[in-house]
Write a protein of this length. Structure first.
Length: 278
């Protein structure tokens, strides 16, 4: 049954939901955080989609800079020098990213992330839009039905994301080399791009290790911490960075865009890499 009163249309709450007859009693600008989240997430999705399908300016051969959106680059479409793990299959059609073996898992990891769920549920679905603000939905089923029941796969996406973080670390270590175009000799080198890739990898590790699933895997199922001192110490350390999981979630959005954008500008010849060593 739906009734109307001075604050608009009122729907009786679903079982277990609070009976808020006003849309909200808040007088602050409660809509700003969900709006900012929507703009931030939309910007990242649009940028990442365009760059993943761009198909060029993703590798700097002289300094071994590989964009994180193209790692691993294992198709015949990739520049051979960028294929650190070899080329596993043929040419990619234009509508598929070169890093097809990693990006779907990374997307799944972020989509099912506990923090990102809260962020995009509020920003795009208004479920709820903010604390103490009535949501417009007449019913609520939680994450018990398709497609939201797939959120329970988060822990499995974590395992793949952990492996990809190791791969990103390997890519970053290769960026501490520079190759002389004249002689082809490789030597130790550090440029601004090296530092940007290093910062990005540190951020990715902090985001991955501060994941709730990671914390649960290390010690969440233990009944007696005293019998597992090593796992308890690890769980304690991960619990500390877990409190900053939201910060790392947003930080890595910025570092991923920065790392890819810098590699693109150098690879396309728009700017030159600022060399610090060699």
């Amino acid at each position: 049954m739906t009734t109307t009163h001075d604050s608009g249309t009122y729907r009786p709450p679903a079982p277990g939901r609070p009976d808020i007859r006003q849309r909200t009693l808040r007088t602050d600008r409660w809509w700003l955080p969900p709006l900012a989240n929507a703009l931030g997430l939309a910007t990242f999705v649009v940028y990442a989609t365009i760059r993943s399908l761009w198909g060029s300016a993703y590798y700097v051969e002289e300094y071994h800079y590989l964009s994180p959106f193209y790692s691993p680059c294992v198709s015949a479409s990739c520049i051979p020098e960028a294929s650190h793990l070899g080329q596993w299959f043929g040419e990619m059609p234009w509508f598929l990213p070169y890093a097809l073996v990693s990006l779907p898992f990374l997307l799944g990891f972020r989509l099912t992330c506990y923090y990102y769920r809260k962020s995009y549920y509020r920003a795009f679905w208004s479920s709820p839009p903010a604390c103490a603000v009535a949501e417009p939905h007449a019913s609520y089923s939680g994450e018990t039905r398709f497609p939201l029941i797939l959120q329970n796969a988060h822990r499995y996406f974590f395992y793949v994301a952990f492996a990809i973080s190791i791969l990103n670390t390997y890519d970053m270590l290769l960026a501490f080399q520079s190759t002389d175009p004249a002689t082809g000799q490789t030597s130790f080198g550090v440029g601004l791009g090296t530092l940007i890739l290093l910062i990005n990898v540190i951020g990715l590790w902090l985001y991955t290790l501060s994941c709730h699933s990671c914390r649960h895997i290390t010690g969440g199922r233990l009944k007696h911490f005293s019998k597992h001192p090593v796992r308890y110490k690890l769980w304690t350390g991960l619990s500390k960075i877990n409190t900053r999981h939201m910060l790392f979630a947003w930080l890595t959005i910025g570092t991923l865009i920065l790392a890819d954008l810098y590699v693109m500008l150098v690879a396309s010849g728009t700017i030159s890499d600022l060399r610090i060593v060699n």
